[in-house]
Design a protein around this ligand. Sequence first.
Ligand code: TXA
Ligand code: MG
Length: 345
Amino acid sequence: METKMFTAKDLQDAADLIRQGELVAFPTETVYGLGADALNETAVKQVYAVKGRPSDNPLIVHVENFDMVKKYVSNFPKVTQKLVDTFWPGPLTLIFTVKPETFSKTVTGGLKTVAFRMPNNQQTINLIKQAQTPLVGPSANTSGKPSPTTAQHVFHDLQGKIAGILDDGATQIGVESTVLDLTATDGIPIILRPGAITKEALEQVIGEVKVDQHLLSEKEVPKAPGMKYKHYAPDVPVWIIDGDKTIFKQAIAQAKKNNKRIGLFADEDIAKHFSNEVDEVFSFGEKSVENATKLLFAGLRSLDEKPIDLIFVQAFPERELGIAYMNRLKKAANQNIFKNNSIFE
Ligand code: TXA
Ligand code: MG
Protein backbone atom coordinates (compact mmCIF):
# COMPACT_ATOMS: atom_id res chain seq x y z
CA MET A 1 0.00 0.00 0.00
CA GLU A 2 1.23 3.50 -0.82
CA THR A 3 1.18 5.81 2.21
CA LYS A 4 0.05 9.26 1.03
CA MET A 5 1.25 12.48 2.65
CA PHE A 6 -1.64 14.92 3.14
CA THR A 7 -1.72 18.58 4.15
CA ALA A 8 -4.62 20.89 5.06
CA LYS A 9 -5.75 21.20 1.42
CA ASP A 10 -6.26 17.42 1.16
CA LEU A 11 -8.52 17.12 4.23
CA GLN A 12 -11.47 15.80 2.26
CA ASP A 13 -9.36 13.00 0.75
CA ALA A 14 -8.11 12.04 4.21
CA ALA A 15 -11.65 12.10 5.61
CA ASP A 16 -12.93 9.96 2.72
CA LEU A 17 -10.27 7.33 3.47
CA ILE A 18 -11.34 7.25 7.13
CA ARG A 19 -14.95 6.77 6.04
CA GLN A 20 -13.86 3.89 3.82
CA GLY A 21 -12.31 2.16 6.84
CA GLU A 22 -8.72 3.09 6.04
CA LEU A 23 -6.08 4.28 8.52
CA VAL A 24 -4.85 7.88 8.42
CA ALA A 25 -2.38 9.29 10.97
CA PHE A 26 -3.24 12.74 12.31
CA PRO A 27 -1.39 15.57 14.09
CA THR A 28 -2.20 16.70 17.64
CA GLU A 29 -0.49 19.05 20.10
CA THR A 30 1.01 16.05 21.98
CA VAL A 31 2.12 13.35 19.49
CA TYR A 32 0.77 12.05 16.15
CA GLY A 33 -2.16 9.63 16.41
CA LEU A 34 -3.06 6.65 14.23
CA GLY A 35 -6.60 7.46 13.14
CA ALA A 36 -9.40 5.09 12.23
CA ASP A 37 -13.21 5.23 12.43
CA ALA A 38 -13.89 4.28 16.08
CA LEU A 39 -17.24 2.74 15.07
CA ASN A 40 -15.75 0.48 12.39
CA GLU A 41 -14.47 -2.65 14.12
CA THR A 42 -12.50 -3.92 11.14
CA ALA A 43 -10.66 -0.61 10.88
CA VAL A 44 -9.91 -0.56 14.63
CA LYS A 45 -8.57 -4.13 14.49
CA GLN A 46 -6.24 -2.99 11.73
CA VAL A 47 -4.89 -0.28 14.06
CA TYR A 48 -3.73 -2.95 16.53
CA ALA A 49 -2.30 -5.04 13.71
CA VAL A 50 -0.16 -2.33 12.10
CA LYS A 51 1.16 -1.08 15.46
CA GLY A 52 1.76 -4.57 16.84
CA ARG A 53 -0.18 -3.43 19.90
CA PRO A 54 -1.36 -5.87 22.63
CA SER A 55 -5.11 -6.29 22.32
CA ASP A 56 -5.88 -5.68 26.02
CA ASN A 57 -4.73 -2.08 25.67
CA PRO A 58 -7.77 0.16 25.06
CA LEU A 59 -7.75 3.15 22.71
CA ILE A 60 -8.51 6.84 23.17
CA VAL A 61 -11.51 8.08 21.17
CA HIS A 62 -10.87 11.51 19.65
CA VAL A 63 -13.83 13.87 19.29
CA GLU A 64 -14.38 17.26 17.62
CA ASN A 65 -16.26 18.67 20.64
CA PHE A 66 -17.85 17.64 23.92
CA ASP A 67 -21.28 17.13 22.30
CA MET A 68 -19.85 14.16 20.43
CA VAL A 69 -19.09 12.44 23.78
CA LYS A 70 -22.69 12.89 24.94
CA LYS A 71 -23.85 10.32 22.39
CA TYR A 72 -21.96 7.59 24.20
CA VAL A 73 -22.13 8.54 27.89
CA SER A 74 -25.36 8.92 29.85
CA ASN A 75 -24.09 10.06 33.25
CA PHE A 76 -21.31 12.57 33.61
CA PRO A 77 -19.53 13.08 36.94
CA LYS A 78 -20.01 16.58 38.40
CA VAL A 79 -16.48 17.76 37.60
CA THR A 80 -16.84 17.06 33.87
CA GLN A 81 -18.13 20.44 32.70
CA LYS A 82 -15.40 22.37 34.53
CA LEU A 83 -12.70 20.11 33.13
CA VAL A 84 -14.01 20.36 29.60
CA ASP A 85 -14.48 24.16 29.82
CA THR A 86 -10.95 24.65 31.16
CA PHE A 87 -8.86 22.06 29.35
CA TRP A 88 -10.55 21.13 26.05
CA PRO A 89 -9.33 21.27 23.41
CA GLY A 90 -6.05 20.16 24.99
CA PRO A 91 -3.80 17.41 26.32
CA LEU A 92 -6.30 15.94 28.80
CA THR A 93 -7.97 12.56 28.19
CA LEU A 94 -11.08 11.84 30.26
CA ILE A 95 -12.34 8.35 31.09
CA PHE A 96 -16.09 7.84 31.44
CA THR A 97 -18.37 4.85 31.84
CA VAL A 98 -20.03 4.36 28.45
CA LYS A 99 -23.50 3.15 27.52
CA PRO A 100 -23.48 -0.58 26.80
CA GLU A 101 -22.87 -1.61 23.20
CA THR A 102 -21.57 1.75 22.02
CA PHE A 103 -18.01 0.78 21.11
CA SER A 104 -16.70 -2.66 20.26
CA LYS A 105 -14.44 -4.62 22.62
CA THR A 106 -11.61 -3.84 20.26
CA VAL A 107 -11.85 -0.19 21.32
CA THR A 108 -12.52 -0.74 25.03
CA GLY A 109 -10.24 -3.73 25.63
CA GLY A 110 -13.29 -5.27 27.31
CA LEU A 111 -13.66 -2.46 29.89
CA LYS A 112 -16.96 -0.65 30.64
CA THR A 113 -15.19 2.66 30.26
CA VAL A 114 -13.84 4.65 27.32
CA ALA A 115 -11.20 7.37 27.18
CA PHE A 116 -12.12 10.54 25.24
CA ARG A 117 -10.02 13.47 24.12
CA MET A 118 -10.51 16.63 22.06
CA PRO A 119 -7.08 17.40 20.60
CA ASN A 120 -5.92 20.98 20.15
CA ASN A 121 -5.18 20.82 16.43
CA GLN A 122 -7.53 22.51 13.98
CA GLN A 123 -6.72 20.17 11.09
CA THR A 124 -7.55 17.12 13.14
CA ILE A 125 -10.74 18.72 14.48
CA ASN A 126 -11.73 19.38 10.85
CA LEU A 127 -10.78 15.83 9.89
CA ILE A 128 -13.12 14.40 12.55
CA LYS A 129 -15.85 16.82 11.45
CA GLN A 130 -15.54 15.85 7.78
CA ALA A 131 -15.27 12.15 8.51
CA GLN A 132 -18.44 12.53 10.66
CA THR A 133 -17.23 9.95 13.15
CA PRO A 134 -15.01 9.85 16.25
CA LEU A 135 -11.50 8.51 15.64
CA VAL A 136 -9.47 6.09 17.68
CA GLY A 137 -5.94 7.41 17.93
CA PRO A 138 -3.15 5.59 19.66
CA SER A 139 0.26 7.15 19.16
CA ALA A 140 1.22 6.41 15.53
CA ASN A 141 4.41 4.48 16.27
CA THR A 142 5.31 0.82 16.17
CA SER A 143 4.33 -0.48 19.63
CA GLY A 144 7.23 -0.07 22.09
CA LYS A 145 9.04 2.63 20.11
CA PRO A 146 9.14 6.34 20.99
CA SER A 147 5.90 8.12 20.04
CA PRO A 148 6.05 10.15 16.80
CA THR A 149 6.25 13.93 17.05
CA THR A 150 6.56 14.56 13.29
CA ALA A 151 4.86 13.13 10.20
CA GLN A 152 8.29 11.78 9.17
CA HIS A 153 8.47 9.67 12.36
CA VAL A 154 5.10 8.16 11.47
CA PHE A 155 6.27 7.50 7.92
CA HIS A 156 9.41 5.82 9.24
CA ASP A 157 7.42 3.36 11.37
CA LEU A 158 4.27 2.80 9.30
CA GLN A 159 5.01 3.47 5.62
CA GLY A 160 3.32 0.94 3.39
CA LYS A 161 1.01 -0.13 6.22
CA ILE A 162 -1.43 2.81 6.38
CA ALA A 163 -3.30 4.82 3.75
CA GLY A 164 -2.10 8.28 4.71
CA ILE A 165 -0.54 10.79 7.08
CA LEU A 166 -1.90 14.28 7.66
CA ASP A 167 1.20 16.45 8.09
CA ASP A 168 1.01 19.56 10.27
CA GLY A 169 4.65 19.87 11.28
CA ALA A 170 6.20 19.03 14.65
CA THR A 171 3.92 18.69 17.67
CA GLN A 172 4.15 21.35 20.39
CA ILE A 173 4.20 19.36 23.64
CA GLY A 174 6.03 16.16 22.76
CA VAL A 175 4.54 13.67 25.25
CA GLU A 176 1.09 12.08 25.30
CA SER A 177 -1.92 13.56 27.08
CA THR A 178 -2.66 13.31 30.79
CA VAL A 179 -5.11 10.42 31.28
CA LEU A 180 -7.67 11.15 34.02
CA ASP A 181 -10.07 8.46 35.21
CA LEU A 182 -13.39 9.92 36.34
CA THR A 183 -15.02 6.58 37.20
CA ALA A 184 -13.59 5.81 40.66
CA THR A 185 -16.24 4.65 43.15
CA ASP A 186 -15.20 7.27 45.74
CA GLY A 187 -15.68 9.99 43.10
CA ILE A 188 -12.09 11.27 43.31
CA PRO A 189 -10.47 11.55 39.85
CA ILE A 190 -7.24 9.57 39.34
CA ILE A 191 -4.33 10.39 37.04
CA LEU A 192 -3.42 7.17 35.22
CA ARG A 193 -0.77 8.73 32.97
CA PRO A 194 1.01 12.03 33.64
CA GLY A 195 1.08 14.63 30.85
CA ALA A 196 1.22 18.36 30.29
CA ILE A 197 -1.93 18.99 32.36
CA THR A 198 -0.48 18.54 35.84
CA LYS A 199 -2.07 17.37 39.09
CA GLU A 200 -1.75 20.92 40.44
CA ALA A 201 -3.46 22.43 37.39
CA LEU A 202 -6.33 19.94 37.73
CA GLU A 203 -6.68 20.52 41.48
CA GLN A 204 -7.00 24.26 40.97
CA VAL A 205 -10.10 23.59 38.92
CA ILE A 206 -11.77 20.56 40.56
CA GLY A 207 -10.17 20.05 43.99
CA GLU A 208 -8.63 16.75 45.10
CA VAL A 209 -7.07 14.51 42.46
CA LYS A 210 -5.27 11.22 43.13
CA VAL A 211 -2.38 9.64 41.28
CA ASP A 212 -2.44 5.95 40.29
CA GLN A 213 -0.30 4.07 42.82
CA HIS A 214 1.59 2.47 39.98
CA LEU A 215 3.11 5.83 39.05
CA LEU A 216 4.46 6.17 42.59
CA SER A 217 5.56 2.57 43.12
CA GLU A 218 6.59 0.45 40.15
CA LYS A 219 5.39 -2.65 42.05
CA GLU A 220 1.71 -1.78 41.65
CA VAL A 221 -0.21 -2.89 38.59
CA PRO A 222 -1.13 0.16 36.48
CA LYS A 223 -4.80 0.95 35.94
CA ALA A 224 -4.17 2.17 32.39
CA PRO A 225 -3.29 -1.10 30.67
CA GLY A 226 -0.87 0.67 28.33
CA MET A 227 1.33 1.83 31.20
CA LYS A 228 2.53 -1.68 31.99
CA TYR A 229 4.40 -2.22 28.74
CA LYS A 230 7.98 -1.29 28.02
CA HIS A 231 7.58 1.91 26.08
CA TYR A 232 9.31 4.64 24.21
CA ALA A 233 12.50 2.62 24.01
CA PRO A 234 15.11 2.98 21.28
CA ASP A 235 17.17 -0.11 20.42
CA VAL A 236 20.25 1.47 21.98
CA PRO A 237 20.26 1.38 25.83
CA VAL A 238 19.36 4.70 27.47
CA TRP A 239 20.90 6.01 30.69
CA ILE A 240 19.44 8.87 32.68
CA ILE A 241 22.09 11.29 33.86
CA ASP A 242 20.83 12.88 37.05
CA GLY A 243 23.17 15.71 37.95
CA ASP A 244 25.36 18.57 36.78
CA LYS A 245 28.41 18.62 34.50
CA THR A 246 30.49 16.74 37.09
CA ILE A 247 28.12 13.77 36.88
CA PHE A 248 28.04 13.91 33.05
CA LYS A 249 31.85 13.92 33.09
CA GLN A 250 31.94 10.83 35.33
CA ALA A 251 29.41 8.99 33.20
CA ILE A 252 31.28 9.81 29.99
CA ALA A 253 34.60 8.72 31.49
CA GLN A 254 33.12 5.39 32.64
CA ALA A 255 31.50 4.69 29.30
CA LYS A 256 34.74 5.44 27.46
CA LYS A 257 36.70 3.16 29.78
CA ASN A 258 34.31 0.41 28.65
CA ASN A 259 34.78 1.34 24.97
CA LYS A 260 31.20 2.51 24.58
CA ARG A 261 30.32 5.00 21.85
CA ILE A 262 28.15 7.70 23.39
CA GLY A 263 25.09 9.65 22.18
CA LEU A 264 24.10 12.65 24.28
CA PHE A 265 20.66 14.32 24.64
CA ALA A 266 21.06 17.47 26.70
CA ASP A 267 20.63 21.25 26.85
CA GLU A 268 22.79 23.43 24.60
CA ASP A 269 25.24 24.30 27.35
CA ILE A 270 25.99 20.68 28.30
CA ALA A 271 25.85 19.55 24.67
CA LYS A 272 28.46 22.13 23.67
CA HIS A 273 30.66 21.46 26.69
CA PHE A 274 30.96 17.72 25.94
CA SER A 275 30.63 17.74 22.15
CA ASN A 276 34.25 16.69 21.62
CA GLU A 277 34.07 13.88 24.17
CA VAL A 278 30.98 12.06 22.92
CA ASP A 279 30.21 10.52 19.51
CA GLU A 280 26.81 12.04 18.73
CA VAL A 281 24.97 15.03 20.22
CA PHE A 282 21.30 16.08 20.13
CA SER A 283 20.70 19.40 21.86
CA PHE A 284 17.19 20.43 22.87
CA GLY A 285 18.25 24.08 23.08
CA GLU A 286 17.94 26.34 26.07
CA LYS A 287 17.63 24.47 29.36
CA SER A 288 13.94 24.02 30.17
CA VAL A 289 11.80 20.99 30.83
CA GLU A 290 9.40 22.22 28.11
CA ASN A 291 12.17 22.13 25.48
CA ALA A 292 13.44 18.76 26.70
CA THR A 293 9.93 17.27 26.64
CA LYS A 294 9.15 18.62 23.19
CA LEU A 295 12.25 16.99 21.67
CA LEU A 296 12.73 13.88 23.85
CA PHE A 297 11.20 11.37 21.42
CA ALA A 298 12.72 13.08 18.36
CA GLY A 299 16.11 13.03 20.08
CA LEU A 300 15.86 9.35 21.03
CA ARG A 301 14.77 8.42 17.51
CA SER A 302 17.56 10.42 15.89
CA LEU A 303 20.31 9.10 18.18
CA ASP A 304 19.02 5.54 17.78
CA GLU A 305 19.94 5.72 14.06
CA LYS A 306 23.55 6.65 14.82
CA PRO A 307 26.48 4.24 15.34
CA ILE A 308 26.55 4.45 19.15
CA ASP A 309 26.30 1.98 22.05
CA LEU A 310 24.33 4.01 24.59
CA ILE A 311 22.40 7.25 24.95
CA PHE A 312 22.86 9.62 27.90
CA VAL A 313 19.78 11.73 28.63
CA GLN A 314 19.57 14.70 30.96
CA ALA A 315 17.20 14.34 33.94
CA PHE A 316 14.84 17.05 35.23
CA PRO A 317 13.27 17.50 38.69
CA GLU A 318 10.04 15.53 39.07
CA ARG A 319 7.63 18.41 39.44
CA GLU A 320 5.03 19.91 37.06
CA LEU A 321 5.84 18.89 33.45
CA GLY A 322 9.00 17.20 34.81
CA ILE A 323 6.78 14.38 36.12
CA ALA A 324 5.59 13.48 32.60
CA TYR A 325 9.09 13.92 31.13
CA MET A 326 10.72 11.66 33.73
CA ASN A 327 7.89 9.10 33.45
CA ARG A 328 8.60 8.62 29.72
CA LEU A 329 12.36 8.83 30.18
CA LYS A 330 12.40 6.16 32.93
CA LYS A 331 10.48 3.81 30.65
CA ALA A 332 12.89 4.47 27.79
CA ALA A 333 15.82 3.88 30.16
CA ASN A 334 14.30 0.79 31.73
CA GLN A 335 15.17 2.46 35.08
CA ASN A 336 18.91 2.86 34.25
CA ILE A 337 19.97 5.93 36.23
CA PHE A 338 23.58 7.08 36.48
CA LYS A 339 24.21 8.88 39.74
CA ASN A 340 27.80 7.91 40.38
CA ASN A 341 29.95 4.85 39.94
CA SER A 342 27.35 2.87 38.04
CA ILE A 343 28.91 0.13 35.92
CA PHE A 344 28.14 -0.39 32.22
CA GLU A 345 28.41 -3.99 31.21
O1 TXA B 1 -1.78 12.42 23.57
C1 TXA B 1 -2.35 11.33 23.43
O2 TXA B 1 -3.11 10.86 24.28
C2 TXA B 1 -2.08 10.56 22.11
C3 TXA B 1 -2.63 11.41 20.98
C4 TXA B 1 -2.49 10.76 19.64
O3 TXA B 1 -3.96 11.77 21.23
N1 TXA B 1 -2.68 9.26 22.13
C5 TXA B 1 -2.18 8.24 22.91
O4 TXA B 1 -2.85 7.04 22.80
O5 TXA B 1 -1.22 8.37 23.64
P1 TXA B 1 -2.26 5.65 23.31
O6 TXA B 1 -3.21 4.63 22.80
O7 TXA B 1 -0.85 5.54 22.88
O8 TXA B 1 -2.37 5.70 24.85
C6 TXA B 1 -3.63 5.57 25.52
C7 TXA B 1 -3.43 5.28 27.00
C8 TXA B 1 -2.94 3.87 27.22
O9 TXA B 1 -2.01 3.86 28.30
C9 TXA B 1 -4.24 3.13 27.58
O10 TXA B 1 -4.01 1.98 28.35
C10 TXA B 1 -5.00 4.19 28.35
O11 TXA B 1 -4.69 5.41 27.68
N2 TXA B 1 -6.46 3.97 28.30
C11 TXA B 1 -7.27 4.08 27.21
N3 TXA B 1 -8.54 3.78 27.52
C12 TXA B 1 -8.57 3.48 28.85
C13 TXA B 1 -9.58 3.08 29.77
N4 TXA B 1 -10.84 2.94 29.40
N5 TXA B 1 -9.21 2.82 31.06
C14 TXA B 1 -7.92 2.99 31.45
N6 TXA B 1 -6.91 3.37 30.62
C15 TXA B 1 -7.23 3.61 29.35
MG1 MG C 1 1.32 5.06 22.81
